[in-house]
Design a protein around this ligand. Structure first.
Ligand code: 13P
Ligand code: SF4
Length: 299
């Protein structure tokens, strides 16, 4: 199947992007693998006519926003991030009425429609850096309350208003689950994604995006790590660091939406060129602005 996909990719001048949370075999056929920030940056540079985005729907939308004239396909249209739907346009409107100088800061894990009404996007890799640079004092951080509250601990001079959204996968990890591993492996460094609960994030020796965690491990002289993010990251960590040890909390955090992408549906999508991401033109025009702003400010 991998050979067939690679053959088809060449024939059709297509390229495959994949998030670190996708299945191992999907990462193996990808041309570029990364976190949300890397993938949106990379999407701008690609020369191929067709881009297959192996990830959840909002990731395909981001690639389409940045490449409106290309064909963007997603192997499973139902691969969706529940957090992307945890804020509404009405909430944004109401908050704008309350504060004159409001900046609506939108985590990329959101729909294109929500982005179209936001001022700037962020990912977990650049949220602190970007919010620090904003001139506005009042910030409505959507949709993730955990990433928002992590940013609030780092940026003290702003009024950061949180929204009640969260990642149902990272949210399941409890403080006790991490403490148990810390007791068992006291020498291990604890690496945590900021989509986790606040009390979990506080236990981290390092808090960062998927790529941030991978870079930390690659550079670290430590040899043991407790990994607090989605399971898929282990593939890159273990293959790049065969001499290091990784401990993973129970119950395992597995994003079933990311796992909907398989070699079979990549092959089918590539051969039939179906599952194309289409964005309404008025949303396209507005939603690209906060994404571009992020790419400028986040650099
Ligand atoms: P990053 O890719 O920014 O680490 O975010 C994780 C995530 O949940 C993607 O949906
Ligand atoms: Fe969404 Fe969480 Fe899955 Fe990321 S891990 S895509 S935030 S549900």
């Amino acid at each position: 199947m991998k050979d067939e996909i690679n053959k088809l990719k060449k024939e059709k001048n297509a390229v495959i992007l994949a998030h670190y949370y996708t299945r191992n075999e999907v990462q193996e056929v990808a041309d570029y693998i990364g976190d949300s920030y890397y993938l949106s940056e990379k999407a701008q540079e690609l020369k191929e006519d067709i881009i297959i985005m192996c990830g959840v729907y909002f990731m395909g939308e981001s690639v389409k926003l940045l490449n409106p004239n290309k064909k963007i396909l997603i192997p499973d249209m139902n691969s969706d991030c529940p957090m992307a739907h945890m804020v509404t346009l009405k909430q944004i409107d109401e908050m704008r009425k309350k504060y004159d100088d409001l900046a609506v800061v939108c985590y990329v894990n959101s729909t294109a429609e929500i982005k179209s009404k936001s001022d700037i996007c962020v990912t977990s890799a650049n949220a602190v850096k970007i919010v620090e640079k904003l001139e506005n004092r009042n910030v409505f951080f959507i949709p993730d309350k955990h990433l928002g509250s992590y940013v609030a601990t780092k940026v003290k001079d702003k009024n950061i208003i949180l929204n009640d959204g969260y990642c149902p996968i990272h949210h399941t990890l409890l403080k006790e689950d991490v403490e148990l591993l810390k007791e068992r492996y006291p020498q291990a460094k604890v690496l945590i994604h900021p989509e986790c609960r606040d009390e979990v994030v506080q236990l981290g020796d390092f808090v960062g995006s998927t790529s941030g965690i991978i870079n930390y491990v690659n550079k670290s002289e430590n040899s043991e790590f407790i990994i607090c993010t989605e399971l898929g990251i282990l593939y890159e960590l273990e293959s790049g660091n065969p001499d290091k040890k990784f401990y993973y909390p129970e119950p395992k955090m597995e994003c079933l939406d990311m796992k909907k992408i398989t070699l079979d549906n990549i092959y089918k999508t590539l051969s039939e060129e179906d599952n194309e991401i289409i964005i309404e033109s008025n949303i396209q025009v507005e939603a690209i602005k906060p994404l571009k702003k992020m790419l400028q400010l986040g650099r």
